[in-house]
Write a new protein. Structure first.
Length: 297
């Protein structure tokens, strides 16, 4: 036994302890290498699925110093690429007046994103997301937003609350009817008859004027044709001119007839227009039916 009283390890036992320690270190290194390779593989799969948040986190694992240098180099590059492509949003809530609402909980696709919307930017995956804003009183508002890849600090603003209802205006009371207004129908009826008579007469006068123009043309063409009273002409040109004269005469006669008739009707309507309202009332009995017409002409 040594003089100091301490028992020394035998060489065989010391060799065994060193061997076990070495094996544990080798196994740890093997496990770290497997974890690095697994993180690199999963990160690439998540990146291709546009789940950039999860992909960036996996690349951070395989970019550690404990990972092989080749894997670490690739993962470091992938971390930077994922971080630059990772979009961020800034959820905000306002009331109907446009003022900021503090203490609003924000969820995205059913999972809580922020306990309180306070202007912070949050990393999210690109794609279409449903944001739910919930106020302290339980009022909720949903917004569906398309978040583009690489978009930074995109504001997602939700308005919580309903607009105030405008005061309902009382219906205006109808204006009292005056005596002059009650007599207006008779005056209006009288004016309509007079106006219609004047217009009809005017149209008739225009027709008479057109008939006169065609009549003058008919006489002029007949004179220039030089034909006899029995319509005997010297040549074909004279025959054509006489034919045109007859056509113009027919048109003139038609306009004279229509214009004269309209003028006569218009003058009659103006002359016999009622000077007071015309009342029409049917009266029926078991054997007769009478239409009573009352008015002043």
């Amino acid at each position: 036994m040594p003089l100091n009283g301490k028992r020394r390890l035998k060489p065989a036992l010391l060799l065994g302890v060193c061997t076990l320690t070495t094996l544990a270190s080798v196994e740890a290194l093997a496990d770290d290498k497997a974890a690095c390779l697994d993180a690199a593989s999963q990160g690439q799969t998540l990146r291709d699925a546009h789940k950039l948040v999860e992909a960036r986190n996996q690349f951070l694992v395989c970019a550690r110093q404990e990972c092989p240098s080749v894997v670490r180099k690739d993962c470091t590059t992938w971390v930077e690429q994922a971080q630059s492509s990772l979009p961020t949003v800034v959820p905000l809530a306002t009331d109907v007046a446009g003022d900021s609402l503090p203490g609003v909980k924000v969820s995205m696709d059913g999972k809580v994103l922020l306990d309180k919307a306070d202007g912070r930017a949050v990393e999210v995956n690109p794609g279409t997301h449903t944001f739910t804003f919930e106020a302290a009183d339980g009022t909720k508002t949903d917004l569906q937003v398309v978040v583009a890849e690489g978009q930074k600090n995109e504001r997602v603003v939700a308005t919580i609350g309903k607009p105030r209802k405008a005061a309902t205006a009382l219906p205006a009371s109808p204006a009292p009817r005056s005596t002059s207004a009650e007599s207006a129908p008779g005056e209006s009826s009288f004016g309509h008859w007079k106006a219609l008579g004047i217009v009809t007469t005017g149209v008739g006068v225009v027709g008479l004027g057109i008939g006169t123009v065609f009549g003058v043309q008919a006489l002029s063409k007949k004179s220039s044709a030089g034909c006899t009273s029995n319509s005997v002409c010297q040549n074909q040109a004279a025959v054509d001119t006489l034919h045109e004269a007859h056509n113009a005469g027919n048109v003139s006669t038609a306009f004279f007839a229509v214009g004269g008739g309209l003028a006569a009707v218009g003058i009659t309507m103006w002359a016999v227009a009622p000077r007071a309202p015309v009342n029409v009332a049917p009266s029926m009995s078991s054997k007769t039916a009478v239409l009573n017409v009352k008015g002043t002409w």
